[in-house]
Every structure is written in C-alpha cells, then in structure tokens.
Ligand binder design. Structure first.
Ligand SMILES: [Zn+2]
Ligand SMILES: [Zn+2]
Length: 208
C-alpha cells in the first residue's frame, strides 16, 4: 500500500519517505528548524577566531568544527566557505540531508596576544649584529616561528647590520636561538616586580 504525505499528498511511489512525511516536506521542515547562523568571536587584528581558550585560524577546517558544535545533532559536511558565509550539508539518521547557507556572524574582540602587542609588552630583546642579509633572513624566520607559537615581534630598532628585535616571549626567543644553533650571550635587566618577584627582561646578543 502506498503511503501519502499528509502535507503535500505525494505518494511513496513518487518520493522517498521519512516517517510519515515525504522527503520534500521533511526537508522543508528541517530547514525551518535550523537557524542558518554561526556566531564566532574574532580577533580584530588578525581575524583569528576564538575556540575555547584559544584563537585559531579562521579557515574551512575551523569553520567546520564551529558548525559541528553549533549543529550538534547533525553530521556536517562543509562544501564552501568564503569568510562570511559557509555552505553546509547537514544530515542525521532517518532524515533527508539538507544543504544550508549559513551566515557567519563575527563579534570582534582583542585577543590576549594583540592586547599585549598594543600595550607595548615584550619580555626580551634579541640583538642581531652582522651582515644585513643574514639578519633579515633570521628575522623572517623568527617572526614566523613566534607567530606559529602564538607570540610576536613587538618592534625592531636599529640599523640593518645592528638590529634589536623586541620579542613577546623570552622562552620562545631562547628556543628559537637554540633551534637555529645560534650562539648568544644573555644579559638581564630588572624591569619591575610582580607578586614579590623581580621581573627581568632578557637581552640576547647574537653575531650572525
Ligand atoms: Zn510531502
Ligand atoms: Zn589578536
């Protein structure tokens, strides 16, 4: 016996059925129940998105993850992403899958890293002395290394053959120098107290 959809009267000979409704009506009902918006919080400066405690690159991968959290009851496939909108396929058991254009709503904020940059924060200075071309290359590497690890170059000062690079993290500055097998001398300057502890800035002198 053919079933008939109570909404559109299509029969099960013409369409697939999900429960008592045909696939067309099931899809319409699903679309009605989905609010096609994805709210994220983004860093103003680098357009990275907050995911839990971290800020991550805003790309297809993270957007798919945001969508997965937002539409918890569905399996998600991301078809397209263009920065402010995404096209998703949502599916779940005993339902047809639906294609949805989701608007990405961003709330802008300052991430902790950018907050430190704009406050002029730095923990150490790497003083590069040597050939300008070498220094330039090293600074490029340093910059992408720090960026990757969530830190930054606060500013640079000096001339091409004698450049001081202010860095956001002394631990990362040191691990960079070690990783690059650069010889350096460390000196310390007291710059304040925090919770009864003396705070030092480190200066690393490097000849390249
Ligand atoms: Zn129907
Ligand atoms: Zn930021």
């Amino acid at each position: 016996m053919a079933k008939h959809c109570p909404i559109c009267n299509r029969s099960s000979d013409e369409a697939r059925f999900f429960g008592e409704f045909c696939e067309y009506c099931s899809r319409k009902m699903m679309l009605k129940s989905i609010r096609p918006e994805l709210s994220i919080t983004e860093c103003k400066r680098f357009r990275k998105a907050r995911m839990g405690a971290d800020f991550v690159e805003k790309n297809a991968k993270s957007i798919a993850e945001f969508a997965g959290r937002r539409f918890k009851d569905y399996r998600i496939k991301l078809l397209e992403f263009n920065g402010s909108a995404a096209r998703l396929v949502l599916s779940r058991q005993n339902s047809p899958s639906v294609e949805v254009d989701v608007k990405i709503e961003s709330t802008l904020t300052t991430c902790p890293r950018c907050g430190r940059i704009s406050a002029g924060y730095y923990e150490g200075v790497i003083q590069f002395r040597g050939k300008p071309e070498r220094i330039e290359k090293d600074i490029e590497r340093l910059s992408s290394y720090l960026e990757r690890k969530g830190s930054f170059i606060a500013r640079t000062e000096g001339a091409a053959n004698s450049l001081d690079v202010y860095v956001g993290s002394k631990a990362l500055a040191e691990s960079f120098l070690k990783r690059m097998h650069m010889k350096y001398k460390t000196s310390y300057t007291l710059h304040g107290m925090k919770d009864g502890k003396k705070l030092y800035r480190h200066t690393y002198s490097v000849s390249v």
